[in-house]
Write a protein that binds this ligand. Structure first.
Ligand SMILES: Cc1cc2nc3c(=O)[nH]c(=O)nc-3n(C[C@H](O)[C@H](O)[C@H](O)COP(=O)(O)OP(=O)(O)OC[C@H]3O[C@@H](n4cnc5c(N)ncnc54)[C@H](O)[C@@H]3O)c2cc1C
Length: 464
C-alpha cells in the first residue's frame, strides 16, 4: 500500500469545532504550516451526525472560529428563544465550518486537509477509503479529539431492548410517519430537553410524553449568557450574583439555594433536588414549556425495555407497543478526565473557561504561539473540568476564576480577549464607560465578591 511522508509544523487531529478553532488561530496569528486530519468527510465533528432540529444551546455570537462571524449579531424574533441571540442550526454550523475550510484555510496554502483519514498515533494516519498511509513529521501534534463528544446517532444504549420494541435514536424521531400513542423520552440532559421541546413545538399533547429522568439537572438561564452589551446587566449581573452567592454561602446546599434564588441556576421542578450539572442552557420560555410535561419518571437509569415494561434502577413502569421509545441517553461529553494541555510536542485542548470549548481551543492556540515555556503555558491554562455532578459546579469555579485572574494580569492576553469574538464577555467589560454608574456598580460588586468567593470555594470543596 502506498505510503506518503509529510512534514508540518502542526498536525491537528480532528476538524470538529475545537480543532477548527485551534487551527484558525494558527492560520491568523502565525505563518505555521498545518495538516488537519479527520475520519469524517467534512469539518464540523459531531455536528455532522446531529438530529435535524439541533441548534446551539448558547448564542452563535461566540461560537465557531475567531476569524469569522456566525450570527452577524442577529436576535431571534419568534419562538422560545425570542429576544435572545440567535442559535445556529446544525446545518448552519456545518456550512460555516465548510466555508472556513474552503474559503480561509485552504486558500492560505498553509493548511493541508485530509478528510476520511483516521489518525493511528505516532504521526501516522490512514485514508479509510484508499488505504493510503501517511507518516507525518510534525513539530507538534494537537489532539483535538480529547473530549470524545458523543451524540445520539453514534451512541450505543447501555440497556437491553427487547425485539419488536419501538425504539429509536433522536435522529429518527422526525421520520415518524404514523402517530404513536405516546412517546417515552429516555434521558434528562440537554438532548432529552431538545426532544421534549421539539415534540411540544410540533403540537404533541404534553400528557402523551413520558420523560425518564435518571437525574434532574441544574440548568443555566440563556438570558445570562448573552454577549451583547444590551444584556450587560443579565450576563455580568449574573456573574456578580454568583460570586456573591458563593461568598455568602454557609454550606453546599445553602450555595445552591442562593444560586437558584438569584436566578443563576434553574431547575425543572423546584421540589426535586438536582444531582447533575452539565451546563445545559435554556431560556425561561423553554423552562415553562418543559414544565407542561407531568409524566416525569424519576426511578433511576433504564436497565431494560420490554414490550410491556421498562425496567429501571428503582423498579418498573408499564409501557406498550403503541409507545415510541426515544434514546436521549448519550452524554455529550464522555471524557471527564482532565490532563495537562501542553505536554512536550503534544497539545491537548480542553476547556479553560467553563462550557466554552471553542473559546478555549482558540485561546490555547494563542498561548501556544506567544508564550515560551511549557510551564508558563500550562500555568495560564488550568483545565476547567467538564461537570457531571451538581457539586462539580463548585469544583469548576476554582480553575475558572483562577484562569480569569491570571489572564487579567497578562497584558497580551487581556488585549487578545478583548478583541476576540469567541470571548464575548471581556470586550463587554472593557467597553463600559466610567460614567455608566449602573454598569460600574455591577463590575464593582464582581470585584468585591471575587476574593471572598475564591476563599469560600476552597472551603466548600472540602465539604463535598
Ligand atoms: C446538541 C449540542 C449542542 C451544543 N451546543 C453548544 C453551544 O451552544 N456552545 C458551545 O460552546 N458548545 C456546545 N456544544 C458542545 C460542543 O460539543 C462543542 O462546542 C464542540 O462542538 C465539540 O467539538 P470537538 O471538536 O471537541 O469534538 P467533535 O465535534 O467530536 O470533533 C472531534 C473530531 O475528531 C475526529 N476524530 C476523532 N478521533 C479521530 C481519529 N483517531 N482520527 C481522525 N479523526 C478523529 C472526529 O471525527 C470529529 O470530527 C453542544 C454539544 C451538543 C451535543
Amino acid at each position: 500500500m502506498k505510503q506518503t511522508h509529510l512534514k508540518t509544523d502542526y498536525l491537528v487531529v480532528g476538524s470538529g469545532a475545537m480543532g477548527m478553532a485551534f487551527a484558525d488561530v494558527l492560520v491568523s496569528e502565525s505563518d505555521a504550516d498545518i495538516i488537519i486530519v479527520d475520519s469524517c468527510a467534512r469539518p464540523g465533528g459531531h455536528w455532522n451526525n446531529a438530529y435535524s432540529f439541533v441548534t446551539l444551546h448558547q448564542p452563535s455570537a461566540f461560537y465557531g472560529v475567531s476569524s469569522r462571524e456566525l450570527s452577524n449579531g442577529k436576535f431571534d424574533q419568534f419562538g422560545l428563544n425570542k429576544g435572545l441571540g440567535s442559535l445556529a442550526t446544525g446545518a448552519e454550523i456545518i456550512a460555516y465550518f465548510d466555508a472556513v475550510m474552503k474559503e480561509q484555510f485552504l486558500p492560505s496554502k498553509r493548511v493541508r486537509y485530509f478528510p476520511m483519514c483516521t489518525y493511528l498515533g505516532d504521526g501516522v494516519f490512514k485514508n479509510s477509503l484508499t488505504g493510503e498511509v501517511f507518516e507525518v513529521m510534525a513539530g507538534k501534534t494537537v489532539d483535538a479529539t480529547y473530549l470524545k463528544t458523543s451524540v445520539p446517532s453514534t451512541h450505543t444504549p447501555n440497556f437491553d431492548i427487547a425485539e419488536d420494541v419501538s425504539f429509536m435514536s433522536l435522529n429518527d424521531l422526525p421520520k415518524i410517519n404514523r402517530r404513536p400513542e405516546g412517546y417515552v423520552i429516555i434521558g434528562g440532559g440537554k438532548t432529552g430537553i431538545d426532544a421534549v421541546l421539539w415534540l411540544l413545538g410540533i403540537g404533541v399533547d404534553p400528557d402523551a410524553i413520558h420523560w425518564i429522568m435518571p437525574r434532574d439537572g441544574w440548568m443555566l438561564d440563556r438570558k445570562n449568557t448573552q454577549a451583547d452589551i444590551s444584556f450587560f446587566n443579565d450576563t455580568l449581573g449574573a456573574q456578580a450574583l454568583q460570586f456573591e452567592a458563593i461568598a455568602s454561602a454557609h454550606s453546599v446546599d445553602d450555595l445552591f439555594d442562593r444560586l437558584e434564588a438569584s436566578g443563576v441556576l434553574l431547575r425543572l421542578d423546584t421540589k426535586v433536588k438536582p444531582k447533575m450539572f452539565h451546563g445545559a442552557t435554556v431560556s425561561q420560555a423553554e423552562l415553562v414549556k418543559m414544565r407542561l410535561v407531568k409524566n416525569v419518571v424519576r426511578m433511576g437509569r433504564v436497565k431494560s425495555i420490554g414490550l410491556n415494561e421498562i425496567g429501571l434502577d428503582g423498579g418498573a413502569i408499564p409501557t406498550g407497543p403503541g409507545l415510541v421509545h426515544v434514546d436521549c441517553s448519550a452524554s455529550a461529553i464522555t471524557n471527564l478526565e482532565p490532563t495537562a494541555i501542553f505536554q512536550g510536542d503534544m497539545i491537548i485542548p480542553q476547556t479553560v473557561r467553563s462550557y466554552q470549548p471553542v473559546f478555549s481551543a482558540a485561546l490555547i492556540a494563542h498561548i501556544e504561539l506567544v508564550k515560551k515555556t511549557e510551564r508558563e503555558k500550562n500555568a495560564l491554562c488550568s483545565v476547567v473540568p467538564l461537570p457531571n455532578h451538581d457539586t462539580d459546579w463548585i469544583r469548576l469555579m476554582i480553575p475558572f476564576m483562577m484562569n480569569q485572574y491570571n489572564w487579567s494580569r497578562d497584558n497580551d492576553i487581556r488585549d487578545w480577549l478583548t478583541q476576540n469574538r469567541l470571548d464575548g464577555f471581556s470586550g463587554m467589560v472593557r467597553g463600559v464607560s466610567p460614567d455608566d454608574i449602573e454598569k460600574q456598580v455591577i463590575l464593582d460588586r464582581m470585584k468585591a465578591a471575587s476574593l471572598p468567593a475564591m476563599a469560600k470555594l476552597t472551603q466548600l470543596v472540602g465539604q463535598i
